[in-house]
Design a protein around this ligand. Structure first.
Ligand SMILES: NC(=O)c1ccc[n+]([C@@H]2O[C@H](COP(=O)([O-])OP(=O)(O)OC[C@H]3O[C@@H](n4cnc5c(N)ncnc54)[C@H](O)[C@@H]3O)[C@@H](O)[C@H]2O)c1
Length: 326
């Protein structure tokens, strides 16, 4: 992966902080930056849901620093931001059900932690902050595909926390004259996504269950759909958002997806075909807080950031399954 660059400028002159860089998406951003010889890459992560194995290969490189720290602690954020040019902020507690079980923890990390990162970025004169928002901000909006200008009411504490990120980003940009770009990810999947635990995302969970001959449960009819997006595309979006010189892209939020819609049933069929043809899923009740259908219009990211997804759902899924098998 990452054999062709998404950037044109010389990143050996720049320093990058990836918060949540030991997690799934963050570790891919780190991998890309180190592969293309970034001047300095710092990871700030408390390993709450991430895994040191995701970045083990980079520890010891002269241009890489891992800070085991918490974005809820302002001093950890200040330390991580020293001499940093660009931040890719990925640290958060993901998962809608987790946020329903513990809304305070989700708020503390996703909302308060985000403010800590923004304050530290401001104090260190960081050039630009790019942060992970989520398609969950579209909430109950019954419109497809989703365009950035129109959102609905959030359906979970997680969605509220991401919406609050967008609102604080806008206020910090205007109040402190900062450059901040939000990326509304739509169901990112790929190698290194955690299949374990009660809050695992569907794709790694289904792959792991099928590989281990365990039952696969689909919530509701399975006709709910998602704009499943291979992680390489999310990395491209982060790199382009951090480095793009188009001023009209700054202080906005962008959908990051493929612009396609795949039902959970057909996602399951695609995985089963590769691992255990003929396997059947068990349907159970709908999950509270889930949105029904989610498909993005990605024109804004394409026009403003030059974002063009390079790997579609089926190709990304094959690569993901190959990684889990290996
Ligand atoms: N994966 C998706 O489909 C998806 C969709 C929408 C938005 N997002 C967002 O993308 C970002 C990355 O998600 P991911 O899927 O890679 O999840 P992940 O859980 O693999 O990564 C999150 C990382 O943040 C770290 N972290 C959590 N709390 C922290 C804290 N208090 N201080 C420091 N580090 C902390 C975790 O240890 C982990 O390494 C998150 O902001 C998430 O909300 C993900």
């Amino acid at each position: 992966m990452y054999d062709t660059p998404f950037h044109q400028s010389d990143i050996s002159k720049h320093s990058f902080l990836v918060s949540g860089g030991a997690g799934f998406i963050g570790s891919h951003i780190v991998e890309y930056l180190l592969k293309w010889k970034a001047g300095k890459v710092v990871v700030l992560d408390n390993l709450a849901t991430g895994n040191i194995n995701n970045i083990q290969a980079f520890i010891g490189l002269p241009n890489f620093t891992f800070i085991e720290g918490d974005i809820c602690h302002p001093t950890d954020c200040e330390k991580a931001c020293i001499d940093i040019d660009f931040i890719s902020h990925q640290a958060a507690l993901g998962s809608v059900p987790r946020s329903i079980e513990n809304p305070l923890a989700t708020h503390q990390v996703n909302a308060t932690g985000f403010i800590n990162v923004l304050i530290a970025a401001r104090n260190s004169n960081v050039k630009r902050v790019v942060y992970a928002s989520s398609s969950s901000v579209y909430g109950d909006l019954n419109e497809s595909p989703k365009v950035e200008e129109r959102i609905g009411k959030p359906l979970s504490p997680y969605a509220v926390s991401k919406l609050v990120n967008e609102q604080y980003a806008a206020i910090f940009a205007s109040t402190y004259n900062m450059q901040i770009i939000g990326l509304r990810y739509f169901n990112i999947f790929g190698p290194r996504q955690n299949p374990n635990g009660p809050y695992a995302a569907a794709i790694p969970l289904f792959i792991e269950s099928l590989m281990n001959n365990q039952p696969v449960y689909i919530n509701g009819s399975g006709e709910q759909s998602r704009d499943f997006t291979f992680v390489e595309n999310a990395v491209q979006a982060n790199i382009k958002a951090m480095l793009c010189e188009n001023e009209s892209a700054v202080n906005r939020v962008f959908n990051i997806a493929c612009g396609d819609s795949v039902s959970v049933n057909s996602m399951f069929e695609s995985i089963a075909k590769e691992i255990n043809p003929g396997a059947k899923a068990i349907h159970r009740g709908e999950r509270f807080g889930d949105v029904k259908n989610s498909k993005a219009n990605i024109n804004a990211a394409t026009q403003q950031l030059g974002y063009t997804p390079q790997t579609n759902f089926e190709t990304g899924l094959k690569q993901t399954i190959a990684w889990f098998k290996s």
